[in-house]
Ligand binder design. Structure first.
Ligand SMILES: Cc1cc2nc3c(=O)[nH]c(=O)nc-3n(C[C@H](O)[C@H](O)[C@H](O)COP(=O)(O)O)c2cc1C
Length: 336
């Protein structure tokens, strides 16, 4: 009799399969490096959601250590957790639960009914509107207090956030991004891989149109990733001084540099991107300087930081960006 009671209670916490499909739909909207969407989901007999790395989708040239794959999957884990919370369930997240199965990145356990907070509901609402915006941003000030909120928000994930506002620090960041781009453009494996993921054809992954048009008289003061891999950063019309855009730059970093920290980075980044979307802001990761460990470590020491830089982001008021397609739920939902 005791056993029957136990089983009934456990099932009372189940989300039904339609609810879990909706959760997977939200998780699939997470950002991922080159829109590789390197994740798989499994619903267990207990009604838990397992998130696995799809290592076939790892970018071997850009990301040989799978750090960016883990950051991407961390985003999907956090989107899924928020979706479970917004659906009115408690949710436990167990990261890297099985040392014998390193592809199993997380188990999410929906629990008892527990209404999502207004913030959680607003964040999930923002998931469908959020886009990586690689276009120009307006110069308007950020909402007061937002950077402080972002700083304490990422701390909940064990990360730190540094606003790169001193001119001397921006020079260091610009140097690191340009050096990285030169190095990457000279690597034929990187260039071939980039081409495969930015072909422009109709498909459900990759980035078909990564370089939006900028007004002819405007440039950013930091090099954005050059998706043509030809160091083809825009130059303005000869003879006319350009308007130089100085977007807000923030750096996320961790105290240690291991797979758990990479997943935590993805979770913090996911929260941050949704939070700025709620305030009407857009963001673009500036990944080049972080594609190799040496670049990240050098940037950290040049900026006099303790710990490991994990992610650099420009943010501001954008003008809208196109939605980038996602794979179907059937393609990411794996039965075991
Ligand atoms: C780990 C990681 C690295 C990324 N690096 C870059 C980058 O260097 N430059 C860039 O423009 N976008 C970068 N992105 C954004 C992805 O290209 C973007 O999330 C993906 O194409 C899906 O588009 P969406 O964010 O608009 O949904 C990165 C995203 C992640 C998660």
């Amino acid at each position: 009799m005791a056993l029957v009671t136990h089983v009934t209670q456990a099932h009372a916490h189940h989300m039904d399969s339609d609810e879990l499909r909706r959760v997977i739909g939200v998780a699939s909207l997470a950002p991922s490096v080159h829109n590789t969407q390197p994740w798989q989901f499994t619903v267990t007999a207990d009604g838990y959601l397992e998130v696995r790395a799809d290592t076939h989708r790892q970018l071997r040239a850009l990301d040989p250590l799978a750090r960016q794959l883990l950051v991407s999957c961390g985003g999907a884990i956090e989107f899924a957790r928020l979706a479970i919370r917004a659906a009115g369930r408690a949710c436990d997240v167990d990261l890297l639960p099985d040392p014998g199965d390193p592809r199993l990145l997380a188990i999410l356990r929906p629990g008892e009914a527990c209404a999502g907070t207004p913030e959680e509901i607003a964040l999930v609402d923002a998931a469908a509107r959020r886009r990586t915006d690689r276009g120009p941003y307006d110069d308007n000030e950020l909402p007061p207090g937002l950077l402080d909120e972002l700083r304490s928000g990422v701390e909940r994930y064990g990360l730190w956030l540094r606003h790169i506002d001193l001119p001397v620090d921006r020079v260091i960041v610009v140097g690191a991004l340009s050096d990285a781009e030169r190095r990457l453009a000279a690597d034929p494996a990187y260039v071939a891989e980039l081409k495969r993921w930015t072909t422009g054809e109709e498909r459900r992954d990759g980035i078909p149109n990564p370089t939006p048009a900028w007004p002819a008289d405007r440039v950013s003061d930091v090099p954005l990733r050059d998706f043509s891999a030809q160091q083809a950063h825009r130059s303005t019309r000869a003879g006319e001084p350009p308007v130089v855009e100085r977007d807000t730059l923030v750096l996320l970093g961790s105290v240690v540099d291991d797979p758990t920290a990479h997943l935590a980075t993805g979770r913090a980044l996911a929260w941050l991107l949704l939070r700025i979307t709620v305030s009407g802001l857009a963001g673009q990761p500036l990944g080049q300087a972080f594609d190799d460990l040496a670049g990240r470590v050098r940037l950290g020491s040049d900026l006099r930081l303790i710990g490991y830089p994990q992610f650099l982001l420009r943010m501001g008021y954008g003008h809208g960006a196109e939605h980038t397609a996602r794979r179907r739920i059937e393609d990411v939902l794996v039965t075991r």
